[in-house]
Design a protein around this ligand. Sequence first.
Ligand code: MN
Length: 206
Amino acid sequence: MAGNLKKYREKRNFRKTAEPKGGAVQTKKKSKFPIFVIQKHAARAMHYDFRLEVGGVLKSWAVPKGPSMNPKERRLAMETEDHPMEYASFEGIIPKGEYGGGTVLVWDEGQYGNLRELGDQGKSMEQSYREGKIEIYVVGHKISGAFALVRGNNDTRSNQWYLIKMRDDEANADLDPVKDHPDSVLTGRSLEEIAAAADNVWSSNR
Ligand code: MN
């Protein structure tokens, strides 16, 4: 299953947004250590875009409340269109009126391993995705440990999934990384600082 960037490109005007257009999808390349990224996105409604490298693209889910470290909490994760790999380092402003207009910061990033490929299950990420049951081990700066992404019902067309912390040593109901670590993991900037910097660039270009 190769990723597909058609929807991503249809939704955007690349003369107006600074988001990357992305190149051709590299279907042959399989990363030994695939990446994950979580982007905090102050769009019409604040959310956290959870993205996993699968099949040469970033499979993406919008998580309104962001990840929880408490296995008893499941966080709604609405699947969105595949994003290009280049998107993983995108931080800045999407202009008002454009698709997803608002400020984006890289909230966390790192690598992940596919837990269902280990042992006797032997399930690839592509198979897991199709089955609506993904289990991964993420190593980030703000979140680490095993997480599951589970499709909300058996309808494979449903875009409603849940992001759930799996039980392990990293699980901790007392931790609240979304609240305690709000800023960019790349630049240390807050949403407000990123928005202000973009305004400055805009004014100096006029
Ligand atoms: Mn978003």
